[in-house]
Design a protein. Sequence first.
Length: 543
Amino acid sequence: MAELDAALARISAFLEASLPSFLDAPGAVIGLTDRDRLLGILPVGNADAFTGAPVEEETRFEIGSISKSFAALIALQEVDRGTLDLSAPVTEYVPWFRVRSEFGSAFGPITTHHLLTHTSGLIMGMDFADDAIAAVESLARTSTGFPPGERFFYSNDGYKLVGLILERVTDSTIRELLRERVFAPVGMRRSDPAITFESRKHVATGHQRISEDRPPHRKMPLVQAPPIVSTTADGSIISTAADIAAYARMLLNRGRSDGGATLLSEVSFDRFTTPVIETETPGTSYAYGLGILEVDGHAWLRHSGGMVGYYALLECDVDAGVGAIMMVNGLAEREPIVRYALSVLRAWKEENDLPEVPPAPDPHAVANAQELAGRYRSRGRGVTLRADGGRLLVHADGDEVALEPDPDAPDRYAVPHPSLDRFALTAERTDGDVVALLHGPDRYVREGTEESTDSEAPEAWEQLTGLYRAYNPWFPAFRVYVRGGALFLSAGEGEFRIEAVGEGEFRVGESWSPDRVSFGTVLDGRAHVATYNAHPFWRSFEE
């Protein structure tokens, strides 16, 4: 027991040190388990930044897309029962499902297998409704990006459709299925299958940065995230660290719960956890509602989750027989903390020396700061990047601030500078050398680098440029702008090139992307409505 206490103390110390660094959130909790029992729950910080209420062991959080593995598990239960054929067309179960597609019958229909593995070609979804039917019905006005099964593209709407399929083959609701098929046998006594204003009463308050139309950074005030309600299969579960740790034990025990219940047959559990397709994350594949990867020679299961004001991560080292769930009420880089926690538990299980507590991370640290340092100019305006003690400082308009690197996108930085924070700053490289900085409509060319000649952009594109808003907490705004003869769309932290694919319609992103945006009637030289994946946005008076 003394050794376990020492292991938990190290994990707790790293979690505490990480709160102001990895965690752009007021509070967090991590739950730790092995195959046999709950090993510990470690809360830190505040459940509400404004009241000062602490995160406690029983504090509940929204877990987001970790919920997808629950839906996949129930789908495989129906396979065991003989009521669901994963290779049958989705329209056998939801006859009114429609989506536009340029791919003929030679490629076959979309099946539940494609939905469960994110290989359907459907859009991610705009999450504009609290029920699955509205979202799935809107897919009739969207297009698939590639033939079913060809590649991985994450789709929340695909899992909303899984929920509808399950409701139809069981004649039950997804809420009832989650309670009866997973929560009860696993022993998840404080979990809720839907987000409602009633269930939110006993949940940590979600937090986000105040500006929703630009990349968030730490100089922005932290505010309460807007409340949502949701009852869809892609991510509507509220839970505690202890409950999700019990779910992790079920995974570590191949579908058997603490109480001895068997949730899946051996054949279906193998299917549940067998890799189907590689994801966009190197080294990670996707099975049915679970990511599959190898870490230090061990097989791991994982899924992350993000909600409006919440993030979570579940990871299980299957070979070591340990798992961890981390939940936060704000933005967070969770993986370094969870990976350290599991490395400590593995060392404890194997009776090895415990890993030392890593130093507190610096959220502004840039490993290759010196590579980017230099002077850059665009249309008569200049910016200077300076490396200083492992940080990268930007100097513009008489002020100097430290850039904040995006952990999910190398060479991409939030800019906490009042004249530059509207867009992220992204390094452009040629043969590995930084030649320019991309910043929304501007391309800042590095001093000493020959400036390229921009292609001419159609004059009509200027009518489309600007800021568009929708009153949707999931996807509140995006900007459209021209740079270097090409048209771009940026939303939050991401930038995507958009290209015409039809009369008034543009593809957003890669050549295979299903995402589409179109623009409405031009009034006074400006388009005032944009439809993004069947969801309307309106031009804002702000720029």
